[in-house]
Design a binder for this molecule. Sequence first.
Ligand code: G3P
Ligand code: CA
Length: 225
Amino acid sequence: MLKIAHRGAKGYEPENTLQAFQKALDLNADGIELDVHLSADGHIIVIHDETINKMTNGKGFVNTLSLPELKSFLIAEKHEIPTLNEVFDLVNKKCFINIELKDANTLTKVVSLIDEYVSEKNWSYDHFIVSSFDWNALQEVHNFDSKIPIGVLTETNLDLALAFAETIKAKAIHPYYHLLNEENTKEIQAKGFLVLPWTVNIEEDIQKIKSLKVNGIITDFPDKI
Ligand code: G3P
Ligand code: CA
């Protein structure tokens, strides 16, 4: 059962910070999940929302701010917003990285960065899963490089997600965990896909989802799995 640390170990450190990803490594997570947007000057920025308003002491849309501007604002008074390169270098192949595309404008740069780490830094494609609720973006990732593992995110419709996963030969389905039962979990796995539900944090839910024999769990508390 893969332990995947949601936005880093969000239960212990401010989400999507290098500290949260280091905490996930310290807790022996098998993977980390993170969210990406694009800055005004074209850097891949690791942050959940399209604005920095909730997480930092600044204000504004990520895509209207340059990297130096984004770096000048702090999360919980001390953490910088990381770039995707910085997270890759911190993780350094110690676990896999689930990159959730929150903005389709990130996809060509994410594909290029993955390809660079695979071809020049000896990473393997298995160190990555690219996921998104935006299935058009996933289709484009697949068109650019069909070797990149894809996770199809769904909050509402497993059947549609499964049909789409088949068309792009995805690696995994990432369902909202309330959609799962024993039967559909088995069906997805029988078709060759991993089942990686999110975001399971409460003990009772963790036990229930584990009993379905899913392949992994995306959670704020990887040590609870
Ligand atoms: O990747 C699963 C999960 O992260 C999706 O929800 O809002 O936490 O990005 P959210
Ligand atoms: Ca996410």
